[in-house]
Structures are given as structure tokens and as C-alpha cells.
Write a protein that binds this ligand. Structure first.
Ligand code: TMP
Ligand code: ZN
Length: 427
């Protein structure tokens, strides 16, 4: 196995999560009676450029196909975040009706609709046909294609280069990273700007977010490793913001290396901070497994003790990260009976691996629920808010399992650390 950025041999394991099915490949009832394909889910770290990466076992073409069910518009908080970004970008980069904005992985148009409303010409590029179709229906110009250097050259010749290229939560999904970033270089106007958001590796490590590792996520970036990728293609990161979204993300701003805009101190100081915590040393990546195993033991002890006390546990949010977590823990419907989701395409299907049935948010509280496990902990506050009244009526406690087990009891739902690890299971 070779590093997808620098071609060095990969020999250093960051975390081995065993064999798992692809996290977003939900199953229909018919598929439940057929064999299910699993792939090794092993995150490696490159000793040379320090990119944390999952080797491509299922190709991107197979993952982002017509079955792909992730719709970005599912979260109100994410929609608000995106609309605030669009307004800021219009202002900061002086975008108007003569500008051109391209968003790579534009999904269902959750972000570009803001540029359409502000009358800034835009184009979305989205390979997953379901979300792309929704965007087109809503009047957002969208190409149902994978972005790469070939498409970028074609677009820049046929329809011109972009003032702003946006890519939110896409960089991790790209197997051919160098070619992808080269494509952005081709498509960017000489004074244009690229902005990209992605989860920050340092938050993954600090926050024990091992569940965000899954086959769709090929790479996990620090500012240090992403800077190498951009610099190698003649692009320079000139600003960076630390965001709370998705458990802690970075938003990088890049331009052509020769652009006159200076590199801001936000970049140099974050690079220094990463160096100080040891991002270029082996020690930083070692022993992450211990943290992940602790979260698993705690969660399983919780499930088994509550099961023994005849309590019922359901889950809220059929997020991809939930599948990594449930499959790493080896949980099935006998311990978590159902999971709700607000994505219509997921309802009626079954989670890959665990085979937990997905129901609507209206029906998840249909009978007694003692515990409701929030799988997408990044949407915790929004989900607690949504189910607060129902939980009060049913005396249901919310639970999150990452970074460690927390239980939120009515009436105030403030989190408490219940350490099942110190309690014997059989008393
Ligand atoms: P994400 O963590 O990758 O954004 O995935 C979140 C999943 O949770 C997605 O399937 C939508 C679902 N969800 C709900 O079911 N209800 C909600 O209120 C929110 C915010 C998300
Ligand atoms: Zn490398």
C-alpha cells in the first residue's frame, strides 16, 4: 500500500476497525437474505507526509452511485452554517452577477441555493445522482459528474474559470487527491479563491472520534498534511478558520502560489500549534486504539446491563459514523431495536452490518423507550431539542457514546458521565 499523496510505503497503522460494510450502503429488506460484502477498515498514517488514510477498497464510483443516500439539507444547523458562509464569501470576495462560483460535491444544492438567491452565477458538481436530481429540480445548475483534472480542464475551456471554488466535506472522499487538487488549480481564475471545509484530524484524536473513520472517508487531514497536498499542486493556503461543525473542522482558504495575497498568521500559528503537539511524530498516532476500545467497552457494558434490567434502547440518526461505531461494537437489533432518520430514502431500510431497521422520526417513540442513543453526536443539540418533549413524556434518557458514554436525563437533559466501566456487569 502506498500513500495517495507522496507515494511512500504505508506501514504504520493508526486504527484497525476490522472488516466492515460501506457505511452508507443501507440494505433493502430483500438484501437482508443475501450475503453482505465487507472490506477491511484500517486507517494508516504515512510516515513521510503524515496523511492519515484508508486505502481504497470500494471504489468511489461504487460508493457515490444511485443508491447514495446522504442529503446535506437534513440538518437545520448545517443549512444555517452554509447560508452564513455564502453571505460572508459574497462580501469578502466581492462576488456579483459577473462572477462564477463552483461547488464540488454540491449534494442537493443546500449551499448553492444561497448563491442562486443572491444572483451570483454558480455551478454544482455532484456525482451522486439522487442528491444531484433534487438540486436540479430546485433550480440549481448541477453536473452529475465526478470532479477531477480532466473535467476541470474541459470546464475551464468550455465555460470559463471560477472566482470561487468551494468544497465542503469532500476532500476526505477523494481517492485521487493529487489529481483532484490539480483540477482545482486548472479551474481557478488567477485571482480566484478556493475554500474547503473538512474535519480536523486533531479533533478526531482529542475527541476520540474514531467513528468518523469509514470507507467513504479516504483521508483525514491536519493543516500540516493538507498544506503539503495544496503546495505540491502550486496552490497556497493563505487563511484558515477553526469551526465547531462536524465535531471540529477547518475551513481553509487557498489561492495560486504566486497570488499577491499574503499568508495570514492564522495559518502559521495553527501549523506551529500542530508541530508543538507532535503532528509529525509517531507518538501522536500511536495508542489511539486504546481510546477507541475504551469507548466500545463502556458502551457494551451499558447495553448489556440495561438489557439485563429489561430496558429498551433505540437510536436516533442513521448516520454513517453510527455504522462504524455499531459495527466496531458488534451490535445488532436485539440490543438496539430501531433507529430513526429524517432522510426519506433511509426509512424502511436496514443499517449495513448491524441490520438495525430505520424508521421515521415520527414513529421511533411508538412504544416504551428507556434510552435513545444519538449516533450523530455532531447534531446532538439539534436532536435533543427536536425530541425533548417526547423524551420528557416517555421519561427517556438520551445517550451519546463518543468520546465516552454520557447520559442526559429529563427534565433538564444535562449530560452525566455514567462510568459503566467501574460497575461490575453481574452483581
Ligand atoms: P451526518 O453526521 O453525516 O451529518 O449525518 C447525520 C444523519 O442524521 C443523517 O442521516 C440525517 C440524520 N439526522 C436525523 O435523522 N435527524 C436530525 O435531526 C438530524 C440533524 C440528522
Ligand atoms: Zn505520504
Amino acid at each position: 500500500m502506498k500513500c495517495r499523496v507522496c507515494d511512500a510505503n504505508l506501514s504504520h497503522t493508526f486504527l484497525n476497525l476490522g472488516h466492515q460494510p460501506p457505511s452508507n450502503s443501507l440494505l433493502t429488506r430483500e438484501k437482508l437474505s443475501q450475503p453482505e460484502v465487507t472490506f477491511p477498515l484500517v486507517a494508516m498514517v504515512c510516515d513521510n507526509c503524515r496523511l492519515v488514510q484508508v486505502p481504497e477498497s470500494k471504489s468511489a464510483n461504487e460508493i457515490f452511485d444511485k443508491e447514495y443516500v446522504y442529503f446535506s439539507s437534513g440538518s437545520r444547523a448545517w443549512l444555517d452554517h452554509s447560508s452564513a458562509f455564502a453571505k460572508m464569501a459574497k462580501e469578502r470576495f466581492k462576488l456579483n452577477k459577473n462572477s462564477k462560483v463552483v461547488e464540488i460535491a454540491s449534494n442537493d444544492g443546500y449551499l448553492l441555493k444561497n448563491f442562486v438567491e443572491m444572483q451570483v452565477p454558480c455551478l454544482g458538481i455532484e456525482p451522486a445522482s439522487g442528491p444531484a436530481r433534487t438540486a436540479k429540480i430546485n433550480g440549481i445548475p448541477t453536473l452529475t459528474e465526478f470532479f477531477n483534472s480532466q473535467l476541470a480542464s474541459k470546464l475551464s475551456i468550455e465555460s470559463g474559470k471560477a472566482d470561487l471554488i468551494i468544497g465542503n466535506n469532500v476532500l476526505a472522499h477523494v481517492p485521487g487527491l493529487n489529481d483532484f487538487v490539480q483540477g482545482m488549480k486548472y479551474l481557478l481564475k488567477p485571482q480566484g479563491t478556493i475554500t474547503m471545509e473538512f474535519p480536523h484530524l486533531c479533533r478526531l484524536v482529542d475527541g476520540n472520534q474514531f467513528d468518523t473513520i469509514y470507507q467513504e472517508h479516504f483521508s483525514y487531514f491536519s493543516l500540516t498534511s493538507v498544506s503539503t497536498v495544496f503546495n505540491n499542486q502550486g496552490l497556497r493556503i493563505f487563511d484558515v478558520e477553526v469551526l465547531p461543525t462536524h465535531g471540529g473542522s477547518l475551513r481553509i482558504y487557498a489561492n495560486h502560489s504566486e497570488d499577491i495575497r499574503a499568508t495570514l498568521s492564522s495559518v502559521t500559528s495553527l501549523l506551529e500549534r500542530e508541530a508543538t503537539i507532535g503532528i509529525k511524530t509517531d507518538a501522536y498516532y500511536d495508542n489511539f486504539r486504546v481510546k477507541a476500545e475504551k469507548a466500545r467497552s463502556e458502551f457494551l457494558l451499558f447495553l448489556l446491563s440495561e438489557r439485563r434490567a429489561s430496558k429498551t434502547v433505540v437510536a436516533l440518526g442513521a448516520a454513517a459514523k453510527g455504522n462504524t461505531f455499531l459495527n466496531f461494537c458488534g451490535v445488532h437489533p436485539d440490543l438496539v431495536s430501531r433507529v430513526s432518520d429524517n432522510t426519506p430514502f433511509k426509512i424502511g431500510k436496514f443499517l449495513p452490518g448491524s441490520h438495525i431497521p430505520v424508521c421515521s422520526e415520527d414513529t421511533v417513540f411508538k412504544d416504551v423507550v428507556d434510552y435513545a442513543l444519538i449516533l450523530p453526536w455532531n447534531h446532538r443539540d439539534e436532536i435533543i431539542q427536536k425530541f425533548r418533549d417526547k423524551a420528557k413524556r416517555h421519561n427517556t434518557r438520551f445517550v451519546t457514546a463518543i468520546p465516552n458514554l454520557q447520559v442526559y436525563s429529563p427534565p433538564d437533559f444535562t449530560p452525566k458521565n455514567l462510568s459503566y466501566l467501574v460497575k461490575p456487569i453481574y452483581q
